[in-house]
Design a protein around this ligand. Structure first.
Ligand code: LLP
Length: 419
């Protein structure tokens, strides 16, 4: 459930009519709903009520906006970060260092050092090489890094190939059949304390079965590690729960997910860490756009909107579906190709889509754009970076300024020897 609904013929975010945001901030603009973020945060936590000891660490990559992070910090969430940039955002939002976990296959020495200095709660080590480097840096700093070893369980998450992370040939984690030995070698080093294991098999999962299969493998590994004398206190189960992008789609609920987790992990005796992103932020945001013009097409008209693949990359990158609806529906439909202004055919949001009848100047939204939306924007075609707005009841605030193409150009220069 979200708080983007048509009231008196006009789509609102909570109690704010979207045209008021378009007038004040311009388009395209991402609009987030605080009430929806909070609702999702609570539903996810309640789904895990049967799990006694846990940390829910929001996957910052899905929506790193500071105001969004602040909403989640106030809900008691920690953060899963994959760069020092994300770590700084989590800290700036007031998330305690101890509630930050750092994942990612390519953490640089400088990033490891910065995260050690910040005193983050857990490093999810993705290779023996990384573990060796972290141990050396921490020992040199006179610190001990709290670590989990990320394993690759070789489970097919059954999602889009580009967002699958748990198959043997994916770059993430260490192969599960070598995990015991690698764990043993790293655990003997000064500078690191290996306290657990981590797993994340992919994103936008429509089915709990692959998650359960991966968790079962992790459970067996925990038993084996304990059998070898290691003390295992933490297991990070990652994120990945999918969300409906189309009206009527049904996905496993947080309650069903939580029941499965509680069942599979009941004898583990560890603190469980979760890293949800999309399930919290996805349906808490829309991308508000204006129709530039409607152009005749061979089969269907092209509805050309002022948002483009640089603002919302998912359709171009993954062929992803985003619902597209009018802000002031006229009660009539059309079949249209929905495209942006960018000069490549990839800048297509939908072909032959049945949608609300739209005319030049109308406002419309792409739904389910709160996760992996603004965060994946670029300035391709020398377009700026889109603005972001957070709604709370009947008020709203700009929580990220639109970055003008001129400001981006200001960071560039022609060398003297070329002028
Ligand atoms: N933990 C780790 C280690 C991850 O790599 C990810 C996502 C998450 C947690 C959060 O997963 P979620 O709960 O959001 O599914 N750009 C793609 C999604 C990439 C996800 C990458 N990793 C998209 O737009 O679909």
């Amino acid at each position: 459930m979200d708080h983007f609904t048509i009231k008196h013929g006009v789509m609102h975010a909570e109690d704010v009519p979207l045209p008021a945001i378009a007038d004040a901030v311009g388009t395209p603009v991402y609009v987030y709903s605080r009430a929806t973020l909070e609702r999702h945060a609570r539903v996810f936590r309640e789904g895990l009520a049967a799990v006694p000891d846990k940390l829910i660490a929001f996957a910052v990559k899905s929506n790193p906006n500071l105001a969004v992070l602040k909403v989640l910090q106030r809900e008691g969430y920690g953060a899963d970060v994959v760069s020092v940039g994300e770590m700084r955002r989590a800290l700036a939002a007031g998330i305690a260092p101890a509630m930050i976990v750092f994942s990612g296959v390519g953490k640089t020495g400088a990033e490891l050092r910065a995260a050690l200095e910040a005193g983050i709660g857990q490093f999810n080590i993705e290779s023996e090489e990384e573990g060796l480097e972290l141990a050396a840096i921490a020992a040199e700093m006179g610190l001990v890094a709290e670590c989990a070893l990320r394993i690759n369980p070789d489970v097919d998450a059954g999602t889009h190939d580009k967002i699958s992370t748990g198959k043997a040939d994916n770059k993430f984690g260490v192969p599960i059949d070598q995990a015991g030995q690698i764990f043993g070698r790293l655990a003997g080093l000064p500078g690191v304390r290996l306290r657990g294991v981590a797993v994340h098999i992919g994103s936008q999962l429509a089915d709990l079965a692959p998650l359960e299969a991966a968790f079962a493998k992790v459970g067996a590994l925990v038993t084996a590690l304990r059998g070898a004398g290691h003390v295992i206190t933490h297991v990070d189960l990652g994120g990945g729960l999918g969300v409906p992008y189309k009206a009527g789609e049904v996905f496993p609920s947080p309650a069903e997910y939580g029941a499965m987790v509680a069942r599979v992990t009941k004898d583990w005796g560890v603190i469980l860490i979760f890293e949800p992103g999309r399930v919290i932020a996805g349906n808490a945001g829309v991308l508000l756009t204006r129709v530039v013009r409607v152009k005749r097409g061979l089969n269907h008209p092209f509805v050309i909107v002022d948002a483009a693949m640089n603002d919302l990359a998912r359709p171009a990158l993954y062929g992803a579906y985003h619902d597209f609806v009018a802000v002031r529906p006229r009660g009539a439909d059309m079949v249209a190709n929905i495209v942006g202004p960018i000069c490549e055919t990839g800048d297509t949001f939908a072909m032959g889509r049945v949608c609300d009848h739209l005319e030049a100047g109308d406002l419309a939204v792409f739904r389910t754009a709160g996760a992996y939306g603004a965060t994946m924007a670029s300035s391709y075609n020398s377009r700026g970076f889109v603005a972001e707005v957070l709604v709370d009841g009947d008020k709203f605030a700009v929580v990220a300024d639109r970055i003008d193409p001129g400001a981006i150009m200001d960071a560039e220069r022609v060398p003297e020897w070329l002028a």
